[in-house]
Design a binder for this molecule. Structure first.
Ligand SMILES: *[C@@H]1O[C@H](CO)[C@@H](O)[C@H](O)[C@H]1NC(C)=O
Ligand SMILES: *[C@@H]1O[C@H](CO)[C@@H](O)[C@H](O)[C@H]1NC(C)=O
Ligand SMILES: *[C@@H]1O[C@H](CO)[C@@H](O)[C@H](O)[C@H]1NC(C)=O
Ligand SMILES: *[C@@H]1O[C@H](CO)[C@@H](O)[C@H](O)[C@H]1NC(C)=O
Ligand SMILES: [Cu+2]
Length: 311
């Protein structure tokens, strides 16, 4: 049964459609617009280009929230040789090449220090702080907002952040397949400039993997009450200080908050050891891991001939 379905899905890839899922195609800051890592072009170029965006293998999702690939996408634990010089306090715009409108869900951007050298920094063991996270607001999913904004999402680097090398982890989560969330993380290497000395205190830090362990996303089609996003509050830096965690200022657990802010974020189990909920074979079969015998590249581009819940 499961095998027959798998074959059927593989055959369905033969029906041509226009698009895959999309990925971060450009990253623009106040000074420059950088080309991101294009998984369908860059690996085949001579020479292979160095991008400020770490490599991704495809435009498909990461499914395992407890493995290292959830940090910076598959293979993104390791760095590239270039960074985007970006002033503290300025915005960084992530430009997606495409996004399917039925892949509804949250958008968020986290950041972590590379400990002076992003090129050799293992993202999967990092502690991250949240710049922004948006789920569902007044009838609109964050993914839709991104699409409506010319497929762009802008996140602002805290003005007081100490200069140095950082990773910006920008992500869309697609919730169209109930019980089988799809994570599309992407990491950009930035060299933050400025005179700040701010270092986020522990209350703002979370491990990834860890952030999504045990998180149960709701069915967005039935009795949907809104989204509560996991993770710490949006980071706040004092006047260049490294103020230690103050328990009384910890944000309380929220209700069905749609937009996560410093005051409404839910303090979930940051580094829980609860394993990720296993997904059903039905919805996990066509994950974009190139498991069909077809060329992975071609299959990815054709996945969208299937109903949304199949990809
Ligand atoms: C970056 O450049 C690309 C290609 O020209 C363009 O499509 C995109 O809108 C630019 N992004 C920003 C934020 O300027
Ligand atoms: C909520 O959405 C409705 C319908 O689109 C719109 O008229 C209203 O202005 C929105 N409210 C806010 C606070 O954005
Ligand atoms: C980062 O920016 C600082 C300040 O402009 C500069 O001195 C340094 O060389 C940059 N580092 C890298 C690796 O580009
Ligand atoms: C950092 O401080 C120096 C010296 O005070 C100043 O010239 C420079 O403009 C400052 N840079 C920023 C980004 O504030
Ligand atoms: Cu899809």
């Amino acid at each position: 049964m499961a095998f027959d379905l798998f074959i059927a899905l593989c055959l369905a890839f033969l029906v041509p459609v226009a698009h895959g899922h999309g990925f971060v195609h450009f990253v623009a800051n106040s000074g420059q617009n950088y080309t991101g890592w294009n998984p369908f072009v860059d690996p085949y170029a001579q020479p292979v280009p160095s991008r400020v965006v770490r490599k991704i293998p495809s435009d498909g999702p990461v499914a395992d929230v407890s493995g290292p690939d959830i940090a910076c996408n598959t293979g993104g634990e390791t760095g590239t040789s270039v960074l985007a010089d970006t002033p503290a306090g300025s915005g960084v715009t992530f430009q997606w090449v495409y996004w399917p409108s039925d892949h509804l869900g949250p958008v968020s951007t986290y950041m972590t220090s590379c400990n002076d050298d992003c090129s050799s920094f293992d993202a999967s063991s990092a502690k991250w702080f949240k710049l922004d996270a948006d789920g569902y607001d007044n009838g609109t999913f964050a993914s839709q907002k991104l699409m409506d904004n010319n497929f762009q999402w802008t996140s602002t680097i805290p003005a007081a952040l100490a200069p140095g090398q950082y990773l910006m982890r920008h992500e869309i989560i697609a919730l169209h397949s109930t019980g089988d969330p799809q994570y599309y993380p992407s990491c950009t290497q930035v060299n933050v400039t400025g005179n700040g000395s701010g270092v986020p205190s522990d209350q703002y830090l979370v491990a990834i993997p860890g952030l999504y362990n045990g998180v149960q996303w709701p069915d967005i089609y039935n009795n949907f009450q809104g989204l509560t996003l996991p993770g710490p509050p949006v980071v706040e830096l004092g006047q260049g200080s490294t103020a230690s965690a103050d328990p009384s200022s910890t944000a309380p657990s929220s209700t069905s908050a749609s937009r996560t802010t410093a005051s409404s974020a839910s303090q979930t189990t940051a580094i829980s050891s609860v394993p990720a909920a296993s997904s059903t074979p039905l919805s996990s079969a066509p994950k974009s891991t190139g498991q069909c015998s077809l060329s992975r590249k071609r299959a990815l581009g054709r996945r969208h001939s299937l109903p949304a819940r199949f990809h």
